[in-house]
Design a protein around this ligand. Structure first.
Ligand code: AMP
Ligand code: MG
Length: 405
């Protein structure tokens, strides 16, 4: 075990420890945005019957053969079929049925004419141009044919996919199970929302920040609240977390002064430490450990450190567990808008916002880059990847960015 490793090594270590979770049945709305764990073939035709795609008249095309503006075909209107109903009789030559969008084509009819192209008179309709058999008929199965493969294992279910499943009458589908991710915050200074805030204390924002990020990554957060900076309580919480979840995230208590506490707590629950520092700023102190096949991440308490390391190290793990194909952040090159005057001894991930300007990608810093600063995370959609040993960066400089999608 190495003390400090590169981000890429750290990603490799943790990703090698996890696999896609098993499948489970989910109701449609709960399946949205999840990874499909089965191929889905349609058992039905869509549409299920020949239907009218517009409001008009169903008729026999042959009856309109000789229709012209001056000598229109005149058909007797025998009935009206709204959507959801079926014509009572078979349509015979010389007649027409008034039909609404979505209604089934009456037996005997082979074409539909738009309402706007006809003239209606007492029980009759006039048609001024000839129709061909099949005009304006949506055929059964023209959208989806019975037996057709419509969704494949491994794809992420979009709203359209959910709509398709509903259309074929399937109310449940096999998807990859979501990991339960236990989240706990260490720190004597922390107070939950809604509690009085004595002097010297701060809100436990990390719990909510990380929980929302877990949700966005496809996990199911299990909130375990605040743990004081004491070994015994921390060990008990880690124990509880491991029992309750597939993955555990804690924040705080890993910086130099506090490190031994989280370290010892992890030892007490029998976890094996994988590494305890990653060579990036912010968020350098980050413990990764493993216990009975479950990963534990001890992130820095600094909101930016916690959030950024979550993005580049923990989110990929969650994405792998839920069966996503691409797990690591996308990479791009962009032109920097601003100046960043600090030299970077260690590799830095700066909070920025990428945007397109014509053909080029540009990136703006979103604000102060101190690890304790939360505001610059607000509009952040990319991390500017500044290599170790870089001098100050100036406007126009081409930089590598990690995209946060
Ligand atoms: P630590 O990593 O415990 O040394 O904490 C580093 C900084 O992050 C300190 O300023 C803490 O007060 C702050 N911090 C720790 N935990 C949280 C939290 N859950 N929410 C917001 N800030 C926190
Ligand atoms: Mg602390």
């Amino acid at each position: 075990m190495q003390e400090m490793i590169s981000l890429e090594e750290a990603q490799e270590v943790v990703l090698s420890k996890v696999h896609q979770l098993p499948a489970e049945k989910a109701d449609l709305l709960d399946a949205w945005q999840r990874v499909l764990a089965e191929d889905v073939c349609s058992k039905v035709n869509l549409p299920p019957f020949n239907r009218s795609p517009l409001d008009g008249y169903a008729l026999r095309a042959a009856d309109t053969q000789n229709a012209t503006q001056s000598t229109p075909a005149e058909l007797i209107v025998t009935e009206e079929v709204p959507a959801g109903y079926v014509a009572m009789g078979e349509l015979i030559s010389g007649t027409a049925v008034k039909i609404m969008t979505g209604a089934p084509i009456p037996r005997g009819a082979d074409a539909v004419i738009r309402f706007e192209d006809t003239k209606e008179e007492m029980f009759k309709v006039k048609i001024f141009n000839p129709l061909k058999s099949g005009d304006n008929i949506s055929r059964a199965g023209e959208d989806v044919t019975k037996g057709e493969l419509i969704l494949t294992r491994g794809e992420v279910l979009t709203p359209a996919a959910i709509g398709m499943l509903a259309a074929i009458g399937q109310g449940q589908v096999q998807v990859v199970r979501r990991p339960r991710v236990a989240i706990l915050s260490t720190g004597d200074e922390l107070v939950d929302i809604g509690e009085p805030l004595p002097e010297g204390k701060i809100r436990n924002s990390n719990l909510y920040l990380i929980a929302a990020a877990v949700k966005a990554a496809g996990g199911e957060p299990v909130l375990l609240g605040i743990v004081p900076d004491r070994l015994a309580e921390t060990s008990v919480k880690f124990h509880e977390a491991l029992a309750a979840a597939d993955l555990v995230i804690s924040t705080g208590g890993v910086s130099v002064g506090d490190y031994d506490m989280v370290h010892d707590a992890l030892k007490q629950v029998g976890a094996k430490i994988l590494f305890w520092k990653v060579a990036v700023k912010p968020g350098t102190p980050v413990v990764a450990a493993e216990s009975k096949g479950k990963l534990i991440f001890g992130l820095s308490g600094n909101p930016a450190g916690a959030s950024i390391i979550f993005e580049v190290l923990v989110k990929p793990v969650i994405r792998k567990l839920v069966g996503e194909r691409r797990v690591l952040p996308g990479k791009a090159l962009a032109h920097l808008d601003d100046e960043f005057s600090k030299r970077s001894g260690m590799r830095r991930l700066l909070r920025g916002r990428v945007y397109r300007q014509g053909e080029v990608l540009r990136v703006t810093l979103t604000g102060k880059q101190n690890p304790g600063v939360l505001k610059s995370l607000l509009n952040c959609n990319a991390l500017i990847d500044v290599p170790a040993g870089s001098d100050a960066l100036g406007p126009g400089k081409q930089v590598a960015v990690l995209l946060m999608d």
